[in-house]
Design a protein around this ligand. Sequence first.
Ligand code: NAD
Ligand code: MG
Length: 396
Amino acid sequence: MGVAVLGSTGSIGVHTLDVLGRHRDRYRVVALAANSNVERLRQQCLMYRPRFAVVVDAAAADVLAQTLRAAGSGTQVLQGAQALIQIAAHEDVGIVMAAIVGAAGLASSLAAARAGKRILLANKEALVMSGPLFMQAVREGGATLVPVDSEHNAIFQCMAGGLPGSGRAPQGVRRVLLTASGGPFLRTPVRALRTVTPEQACAHPRWVMGRKISVDSATLMNKGLELIEACLLFDLPPAQIEIVVHPQSIVHSLVEYVDGSVLAQMGNPDMRTPIAHALGWPSRLASGVESLDILRAAPLDFEAPDLERFPSLRLARAVAEAGGTTPAALNAANEIAVGAFLERRLAFMDIPVVVETVLERHDEAAAHSLDDVLAADAWARREAQAAVIAAAGVSA
Ligand code: NAD
Ligand code: MG
């Protein structure tokens, strides 16, 4: 089966290639795609020999094409965001790993859905912003959507096969318990959060991830986005999903049924497990993940999240209830705020402040089409930029 890895140079992309490399008899890497990391993409092309390599940045694409030609590689280099869409829908591609970060992954993830591919979805922002429209594209395109986000992959496993978007939701689910590690600042005094740096925010205690999702994990906005993601994937109202802090990250989420049974999926915190599961489902594939030493992992702790410390959770729950274009506004405002924090233009504690400011100004509206979603996204980005400048002025 031919695979396209969109976002191959990122954390999920690298883990995906590691799993694919263990199963060269079953999967063929047809395309790799990234924004601009030419050196890593060059190495990946020489190792996996894809037919196509897509580079969004034009200058980077030229450099890659030259170096690959010099190395005698037969990989064809395509350039630009439009090429991501072509690759996601290409006839030689059966499986699309959607692992671009943020709204930049929306068009290609949707293209894969419309073309009826098997989509391994890591790019949660695409789903959050376009919501029911994304799920509709999956249904109408006849795509197979398998969640890669570890919590959603866990929930999917505990729901025994009711594929997201298939309309075959499992019977008798009482609620879902979505676990959160709590991130690097679970116990940091709130006062000290005022001065945390991007380096501190990106030093996650359990997972090594890209910078954007690392900051989201520190604010817990990641869990807020995941709440919305879970509602969409499993067709559940937000009230049926509870967030539980579980610092060890061994239980990846739980599903409770009406008879009182609670099923959990467990394992070492290593993304190769949900990636291999999503790739092989319904078969099981070796992933290279170490066996869980449950005695060393114990004890396993669970606690309620602190909504004062993590206002993102409160915001995201309200947004999940609101629906329409509100999730797109939330996502866009958060992307801008996180970007500004990573560039040291915004204080950590002001990330949720910027998001809340934008949400307060947002007029709730239905999302009838992708244009509605993109308009809300563009509007929220502008408002968030202004809110970042205002917040920086206040703290200066
Ligand atoms: P990352 O920053 O490590 O990698 C991002 C990838 O996207 C890179 O390959 C980059 O080249 C590509 N990219 C960035 N901007 C692009 C653009 N404009 N056009 C095309 N490509 C672009 O991020 P990551 O940690 O691998 O996360 C990727 C996605 O997976 C995110 O949506 C994240 O929320 C989700 N996710 C990640 C993890 C994890 O453990 N890292 C877990 C669950 C979900
Ligand atoms: Mg997750």
